[in-house]
Every structure is written in structure tokens, then in C-alpha cells.
Design a protein around this ligand. Structure first.
Ligand SMILES: Cc1cc2nc3c(=O)[nH]c(=O)nc-3n(C[C@H](O)[C@H](O)[C@H](O)COP(=O)(O)OP(=O)(O)OC[C@H]3O[C@@H](n4cnc5c(N)ncnc54)[C@H](O)[C@@H]3O)c2cc1C
Length: 446
């Protein structure tokens, strides 16, 4: 059956949903096609053989602007769906006490000062002061010439500015390995400073939000409902196999089941690996996409465990520097309150876990957690491992220049996704901004 709309959006992650919502609000007819059974992409949550899981635990950063704006259009206030945290914990092998750092100058000023002058059993005042030139030079350089920063790894930049070993291990590693699952020797200094740069003028907004439920339910579903209220369509279990290209113009898509859908524009809002696959069908040799094809991907692996009682005394983002537990969090009082204890862990660096058997991964996680003073064995009820060999574009040095714009050289084809060019890298905010930009390309052309 032939159908025609103003825009087909391939992918129901935040980038695709944002683009669809924006266009549908402007009375464009849109159809979102999602290959999975649930919407939300990397922010999705689902029932996996009786256990609720999510693509990985997410934190909403207080200075995000566009994501709350999009949610507001869908009738959701960010304050309704997150529990705010003003502090983060750092747990260190062999140390009994956890280091607690305040991150919110306005909402938790005392905690911030206490964090800075305290925690000396892990990082001394001298260690902390060694970070001052590193951050000053980093932010200045990011303002002046961000691309030059992409030549350095965080570790190289830290060495250049004489950051002490302790400060590197216990303060910088949490911010690199904990945030994007890469150790500082593999993490681009451009990404490191670039991620925090937008926070500078909005520093008063800084704090982190834990979602109060599964993210498909909290974020994706309300946006999809709003799209449908605007007469748009959202189809799940609908895999796009290839684009329809006629006279060098994209005029629609062909689904895996052979169905054809036509539209004036197609927004390819798949993850990088999915986008490459679709583009290679018709544009493998096209000069417009050769750089995009070279942009490397990186994996993500998360472990989600249920317990008969909480593992940690409170739900708070925690970093485990120099262990495989890059960042982890107890969620039984915030996101998954239906179980007595629930821990979500993002493994760092992820590559080595991709080929490993699940039982081997769990064994290693339990052993490393034990070194951080956590017993994950005694009360364990259930676990799931969510593993994606190609989850992100790689945030290693010298990759940033390969990220494509949303506008392409092909008529009728627009890109969206966190890997496309926007200032927030691989984040929810970045995905939303890319979706906004994609919708603006189409509005500008129609
Ligand atoms: C473990 C983990 C933790 C994270 N933590 C945070 C965090 O704390 N804070 C933060 O801001 N960000 C975080 N992120 C990043 C954030 O989730 C992503 O940047 C964002 O969700 C990406 O959205 P997207 O729309 O670009 O891509 P995606 O969400 O990947 O959406 C792409 C969609 O396209 C679909 N698709 C692909 N191919 C096809 C096809 N052929 N046909 C139909 N559909 C297709 C996919 O199934 C998917 O649903 C995290 C990500 C992960 C994985």
C-alpha cells in the first residue's frame, strides 16, 4: 500500500521523536518508524523475561535546556519526573570511607564547600589545587580553539598541566570513565571540556536528576502521544531496510517486509551504526558520506541487578575509579521502587565485556565491587546484562571532525542523532538538539 507524508522519521530515540514532534506541531504530517518493540532508543526501558530493564541508567543534567522544553510541549515538567541529586560519591579501592562531592553551587552550596575542603583522605588540598590550571586552560582552550583540544586525550592534557596522580585517578577518572565509559587516555579533551562548557554560564542550574521510573514511560511515551495528538503516527516493530532514491533524490523508504512509504523528506534518526547500514545500501560510494562512514563507533555494557535489600544506603550517582564499575547507582528508592534493592552499573571500558559470557561478567563485577566494600553476592535475586557492541560514536581524540551536519547533499534526506554535529556530544540533550536542527532544515526547505 502506498502512503505519503511530509516526513518519515527513521528511529524513535530522542532525536527522532524531537524532530517528529517539532514538525507535527507545525502541522506537517509525520510518521516515525522504529525497528524495536518499544520506543525511546537508548533511553528505552522494557520488560525482559519478567525483569524491568533499561538501556542504561541515565542522569538528567540540570543545565539541559532543550530536553525540558520538548518535554514541556508533551505536558511533562522535568521536576515531576526526576529526583534531584546535589552530590556524587566516589568509592576507592582499599579506602573505607566514601568521598562525597557537592556539585551544585546554588542548590547545595554547603555540600559543595564541604566536598572541596574535605575528602582529604582520598585527595589532598594539593591534589585538588593541581586541577585549577588544568580546568582554566581547558575551558579557555575550548573557547578559543576546540578542535585543537581534540588532538589530546584527557590524560595527555592533564599531564601537560601537571595534574597530580591522585587527582587524575580519583577526580578526573570519574568524570571520564564514569560519564562516557572511557579511561582518560582514550577520552578526547575536547569532549571532556566541551561537555561541561555549556554549564559555565548556567552553573546555577547544575545538579543531576535520577528518573523516577522507566524512561520509555517517562520521556518517550508522552512525546509520542503528543505527536499522535498532532495526527502523526508512531510505528514500532517496523524496520527500515533502505531508502527509495529516485533521480538522486530520497523520496521514501522500503521496510524490511517490503512495504514502501513515500514522503517529501526522510529524517534518518538512527544510531550511528544503524545509519551507516541504511546509507551504505544506496550511497556506499557517494562522496557526501565517506567521512561519516569513517566515524568509529564504541560499545556500551550495563549490568542491572535486583536484590532482596538495598546495596547502598541512598540512591546517588557513584563512581568507582580504577575499577570496571565506572559509574553505578542504587535505584530502589528512585527509578525502580517495585524491588527492595536494585543496582545499575555501567562497565568501563566496555570492549572487553562484549565477547564475555554473562556469568563471567557477573563474577568479575562481584569481585571488583567487593574491593569497593560492596557485597553484591549475598542478596542477589536477578540480573540482566544489556550489551551493545556499537552504541555510540567513539569519543576518542581526533574523531570529532568526522561528525556530519544534519543537512546532507542529498535532496530529501536529513540526518539526526547524537553523533551529528551539535554541541552536547552523545547526550540526551545532544540528541534533542540534533532533532531540532533536523526539523529546522525541513521547515527551511518547505
Ligand atoms: C548506558 C547509557 C547511559 C547513558 N547515560 C546518559 C546520561 O546519563 N545522560 C545523558 O544525557 N545521556 C546519556 N546517554 C546517551 C543518550 O542515551 C543518547 O545520547 C541518546 O539517547 C541518543 O538518542 P538518539 O535519538 O540520537 O539515538 P537512539 O536513542 O539510539 O535512537 C535511534 C533509534 O533508531 C532505531 N533504528 C536504528 N535503525 C533502524 C532501522 N533500520 N529502522 C527503524 N529504526 C531504526 C533504533 O532502534 C533506535 O530506537 C547514555 C546512553 C547509554 C547507552
Amino acid at each position: 500500500m502506498m502512503q505519503r507524508s511530509d516526513a518519515i522519521i527513521i528511529g524513535s530515540g530522542l532525536s527522532g521523536l524531537t524532530a517528529a514532534l517539532e514538525l507535527s506541531e507545525k502541522e506537517k504530517s509525520v510518521i516515525v518508524l522504529e525497528k524495536e518493540k518499544v520506543i525511546g532508543g537508548r533511553t528505552s526501558s522494557w520488560d525482559e523475561d519478567g525483569m524491568l530493564v533499561e538501556s542504561g541508567f541515565h542522569r538528567h543534567i540540570g543545565f539541559y535546556k532543550e530536553l525540558p522544553r520538548i518535554l514541556k510541549k508533551a505536558g511533562i515538567s522535568i521536576n515531576q519526573i526526576v529526583q534531584w541529586e546535589e552530590q556524587v560519591d566516589v568509592r576507592v579501592k582499599g579506602k573505607k570511607d566514601t568521598a562525597v562531592f557537592g556539585i551544585s553551587p546554588i542548590f547545595g552550596p554547603f555540600e559543595m564547600v564541604r566536598g572541596l575542603i574535605g575528602n582529604n583522605h582520598i585527595v589532598s588540598m594539593r591534589d585538588k589545587l593541581s586541577l585549577v590550571p588544568f580546568f582554566l586552560k581547558g575551558f579557555l582552550e575550548y573557547k578559543r580553539n576546540p578542535d585543537r583540544l581534540d588532538q589530546y586525550s584527557v590524560k595527555e592534557f592533564a599531564e601537560k598541566h601537571h595534574v597530580s596522580e591522585n587527582a587524575l585517578h580519583y577526580l578526573i577518572i570519574p568524570l571520564s570513565a564514569g560519564v562516557f565509559f572511557l579511561p582518560p587516555e582514550r577520552y578526547s579533551a575536547k569532549v571532556f571540556f566541551g561537555l561541561f562548557y555549556p554549564a559555565l554560564p548556567r552553573f546555577y542550574k547544575m545538579r543531576i536528576g535520577a528518573y523516577l521510573g522507566g524512561m520509555t514511560e517517562l520521556l518517550a511515551n508522552p512525546i509520542a502521544t503528543r505527536i499522535e495528538q498532532n495526527k502523526g503516527k508512531v510505528r514500532t516493530g517496523t524496520k527500515v531496510k533502505r531508502l527509495i532514491v529516485e533521480s538522486s533524490q530520497v523520496t521514501g523508504v522500503i521496510l524490511a517486509n517490503g512495504e514502501e512509504i513515500r514522503a517529501s523528506h526522510v529524517i534518518l534518526a538512527a544510531d550511528l551504526a544503524g545509519a551507516k547500514k541504511i546509507l551504505r545500501e544506496d550511497f556506499a560510494e557517494h562522496p557526501a558520506f565517506q567521512t561519516l562512514f569513517r566515524l568509529p563507533t564504541m560499545p556500551a555494557v550495563t549490568v542491572q541487578m535486583e536484590f532482596s535489600k538495598p546495596v547502598l544506603p541512598y540512591d546517588r550517582t557513584t563512581f568507582g575509579p580504577l575499577t570496571i564499575l565506572g559509574s553505578f547507582v542504587e535505584q530502589s528508592r528512585s527509578t525502580f521502587t517495585h524491588v527492595p534493592g536494585r543496582l545499575s552499573i555501567i562497565l568501563t571500558p566496555p570492549e572487553k565485556f562484549i565477547p564475555m559470557k554473562e556469568e563471567e561478567i557477573i563474577k568479575e563485577v562481584i569481585a571488583e565491587a567487593y574491593e569497593l566494600g560492596l557485597d553484591l553476592e549475598s542478596n542477589l535475586l536477578n540480573y540482566r546484562i544489556v550489551s551493545h557492541p556499537e552504541d555510540f560514536y567513539s569519543l576518542e581524540p581526533n574523531n570529532d571532525w568526522m561528525r556530519p551536519n544534519q543537512r546532507t547533499d542529498i535532496q530529501g534526506l536529513v540526518l539526526a542523532g547524537d553523533y551529528t554535529r551539535q554541541p552536547y556530544f552523545s547526550t540526551m540533550e545532544g540528541a534533542v538538539v540534533s532533532g531540532l536542527k533536523a526539523s529546522q532544515v525541513i521547515m527551511g526547505e518547505s
